[in-house]
Design a binder for this molecule. Structure first.
Ligand SMILES: CC(C)(COP(=O)(O)OP(=O)(O)OC[C@H]1O[C@@H](n2cnc3c(N)ncnc32)[C@H](O)[C@@H]1OP(=O)(O)O)[C@@H](O)C(=O)NCCC(=O)NCCS
Length: 191
């Protein structure tokens, strides 16, 4: 098990998977827990109750999306509104919406599933926010390419992100201008 998907821009691309993308529900908990365990995470007994709580969360500043294949969750992605505390360090990341992590089942990678989850979260935010952020390990080129396709741009490498450490590398803070994205996708529809 590797933390990051080996970076192979031109290889291993597969036919898109016909997934159903939706907000996570209690029936997804078991499959979600297995995805985290597969990535070398915690024991399933620890992960399961966390997902069980998360899918029941009634918090407008938090969202968990799943992609289901044949009714079974094979990927998930989160979106969370993160505050900037009044007494924080000067380079603390800005307040705003953050895309916080996407994991796709190893057996179903490179089938466009992370792209679908990213599009779903952007579409959710378009009427709600002017921008969205995302933080990546500089070594995670696959994830950086995935987000760059949507127009995410590097903002800085000098920032403090609470509760995040960048395994073996440097972190990058990216931002997507949602107003520009809305104009561009409207243009695409008219074209
Ligand atoms: C990164 C990850 C989420 C991508 O999921 P995925 O469903 O396979 O990605 P998609 O098929 O939607 O790919 C979308 C784009 O991302 C980029 N990408 C994805 N995997 C890649 C790889 N192995 N090498 C190079 N680029 C890659 C490509 O630009 C790709 O577009 P293309 O296939 O048309 O070239 C998945 O590999 C994963 O779960 N990795 C482990 C967890 C992780 O690192 N998550 C991200 C940070 S929290």
């Amino acid at each position: 098990v590797t933390l990051f998907e080996p970076y192979e821009p031109e290889a291993n691309r597969r036919e898109p998977a016909d997934v159903e993308v939706a907000r996570a529900e209690p029936r997804d908990v078991e499959a979600l827990a297995r995805l985290v365990v597969q990535r070398g995470g915690l024991p399933v007994e620890d992960v399961r109750p966390r997902f069980a709580r998360e899918v029941e969360l009634d918090d407008p500043g938090h969202g968990l999306w799943v992609a289901r294949l044949g009714g079974e969750a094979v990927a998930f992605a989160r979106l969370a509104y993160q505050e900037r505390p009044a007494d924080c360090v000067p380079n603390h990341q800005p307040a705003g919406w953050y895309m916080t992590g996407v994991i796709v089942d190893e057996a179903h990678r490179r089938r466009g599933i992370a792209r679908r989850l990213t599009r779903a979260r952007i579409d959710f935010l378009l009427p709600r926010a002017a921008e969205v952020y995302y933080v990546a390990n500089a070594r995670n080129r696959s994830s950086i390419d995935l987000h760059a396709d949507f127009g995410f741009e590097e903002l800085t490498r000098d920032f403090h992100a609470p509760r995040v450490s960048f395994t073996g590398g440097e972190g990058i803070l990216f931002r997507l201008d949602l107003r520009r994205r809305a104009r561009e996708t409207a243009g695409e529809r008219e074209a």
